[in-house]
Design a protein around this ligand. Sequence first.
Ligand code: PBG
Length: 331
Amino acid sequence: MNFLKYRPRRLRRTSKLRDLSAETSLAERDLVMPLFAADSGPQKAAIPAMPGQFRYSVSGLLRPIEKLLRAGVRAILLFGIPARKDERASQAYSDRGVVQKAIRAIKTRFPEMIVIADTCLCEYMSHGHCGLVRKIGKTYEILNDPTLELLAKTALSQAEAGADFVAPSDMMDGRVRAIRRALDRNGLSRTAILSYSAKYASVFYGPFREAAGSSPQFGDRKSYQMDMRNREEALREIGLDIREGADAVMIKPALAYLDVIHEAKQTFRFPIAAYNVSGEYAFVKWAAREGWDEKALVFEILTAIRRAGADWIITYHAADAAGWLKRQRAS
Ligand code: PBG
């Protein structure tokens, strides 16, 4: 190729030319909004660590969902905050659990909304870990295989309530296979699995843990979530989940892991979701409070995640971003 006469700026001259030559798109349909359903408390309660985000009661959820649909957001990721926690996470797989009630209410009113149920036990465990724990003297161990049974039960109850996707976020080995098997054996082969395949142990989850009341009461999650120094391991995790039956895979967090998103897309050519997590959201909110242009920041961040290779972005900015995108098209 002869680049001698090439002047890249010719295609940057006007906004129409820039739009014509843009390689990456960002649209409402790429966005998934996380929502918190609480089993007790008011219709809507602010989450101090995540300005602009709320915990909703089951009936309180319907209004924001209606707004999201009107804004063009087609999917939500649902988290539950139970009234009661125990050492077997029994509210995670109860037919009357908060997520199960919320899914039924949403699907009755808005069947077109795609509901992705977060499948994890930490919000429901008194100790806040994502699996069953055995204490050994002063230390403890997370029991992988016994946890799989509870995860499968949880996924099954969410699918029975009407979830389109179940999304295991616990990072136990073998959970996608266990969940797929449980769904298929119970006539729910149409329920899809979005696996949190490469979920790193990250400080960026801080605000979420405050929102969900899911901080581990002892220790940390480093024995099951991934070590941030590893990229090849993420590819192995993703490969395993695809083989075990995942329909889409997730990388989480997003911003410090764009290289992993990119390589995963290149390697697997599989639907990839990236989770723009609570800490990443809080950063933007702090910057906005200091006078930064929030809309420009959000667009740059979300577009970068798409450019890296993500098909879907799970983001607390989804509602705002969808509104901005719509206004931008109208102007
Ligand atoms: C639960 C879970 C967490 C997040 C999603 N599911 C927290 C954690 O692993 O401690 C984090 C989401 C966010 O920070 O926005 N396993």
